[in-house]
Write a protein that binds this ligand. Sequence first.
Ligand code: NI
Length: 217
Amino acid sequence: MNDAIKKRLKRTAVLSILALCAGAAIAYLQVQHERSNPAQNSPHAMAGLKIGGPFTLMDHTGKMVTDTDFASDYKLIYFGFTYCPAICPTELGKMTQALNAMGTQADLIRPLFITIDPERDTVDTMRSYVSLFHPRLTGLTGTPEQIESVLKSYRVYARKVDPQPAEGDAAALGDYTMDHSSFLYFIDPRGELLAMYRTQDTAAFMAEDMAKRMKTP
Ligand code: NI
């Protein structure tokens, strides 16, 4: 591996860790801020937290879709970007593991991956990326305005971070990372948020928790 690439990978890794920490802290504060009732102080007790809403986006086959196309399904939604070196692939892998652990009950759940980086995550990029994770995973991208609107309604924190070019090393075009919050949103067919899973929640915990919530209406 040449030195320039090594340097770039190292920088991306450091930026990603910083971005993750900042993103997680901000998302946590946002969620805490939303909760006025101390009895709801568990990360999984989300009743009354208004999250989500209508959207119009483009799926990974190039088809225009809206939230109503998924209206009859439970939804497990992750927001991230395909260039993410660690957290997004880990969380999407966990999503797949959790669904696989649920057997046929998982057929009622639609896994969705919505990009926070529409500039680089084109339909083609999304198509090859989602195929790495789950056969039913739907990738969604859109115009910057469409993405901004869906991020806002799900209260996702996402921000572009330009790398500081190292001395004598011009930053390549598109060489940036994204600072973002990381939650898996579990939504029922009526659009109500049932749970938000954090990076520290395991696939086994998620599978068990989702199964329980699907049984109790
Ligand atoms: Ni990420």
